[in-house]
Design a protein around this ligand. Structure first.
Ligand SMILES: [Zn+2]
Length: 176
């Protein structure tokens, strides 16, 4: 069996066992790096348009095409500085870490996509996006002021409902 190593050397002539060991040595780190990296990223199971439509339905909001949908930025592909610049005027301070947020002035959603963050029970990236979409509808459609604390309560309820209906539908069915 001929096998070209990472640096292009042919290891065939070194003998079977040396060849196999060399193959493991060059393949294993790359494979572990790839799966490790992708395993650390939480990915949406649902299309953002679907999530937005479900959130709008629950909040009794009729979506209008003339109102722009927010741009979504995930942590792994967004410089921290961009998030800080976006959120600082709204929060009146510059956070040191990325977090889930809806930035009203820019109509942007920032979303953590670190799988470790969503390892806690009841947390999913789809649910978090539903939460931020709730804030988007509150601001852009219902003209609410995000300083109102009841808006957070509503967003949390929308997030829970979305997860029960779509992310964990079997749990919801068992409860009915
Ligand atoms: Zn919130």
């Amino acid at each position: 069996m001929e096998h070209r190593c990472c640096n292009g050397n042919v290891v065939r002539r070194l003998g079977r066992w040396v060849g196999i060991l060399a193959m493991i040595a060059c393949v294993a780190p790359a494979a572990a790096g790839e799966t490790g990296e992708s395993a650390r990223r939480a990915k949406l199971r649902f299309d953002p348009q679907f999530i937005l439509a479900q959130v709008a339905r629950r909040m009794n909001v009729a979506l209008r095409p003339e109102i722009p949908v927010p741009t979504i930025f995930v942590e792994s592909r967004t410089p921290l500085r961009q998030f800080q610049d976006a959120i600082a005027p709204q929060w009146h301070f510059r956070p040191h870490v990325f977090t889930n947020a809806y930035v009203t002035a820019r109509n942007e959603i920032y979303l953590i996509d670190d799988a470790a963050y969503y390892a806690r029970p009841g947390r999913t990236i789809d649910g978090s996006l539903a939460h931020e979409f709730a804030h988007y509808l509150q601001v852009m459609y219902l003209r609410s002021d995000l300083a109102d604390p009841t808006l957070e309560t509503e967003a949390v309820a929308v997030q829970r409902a979305f997860q029960q209906d779509h992310v964990h539908p079997r749990h919801a069915a068992a409860r009915r």
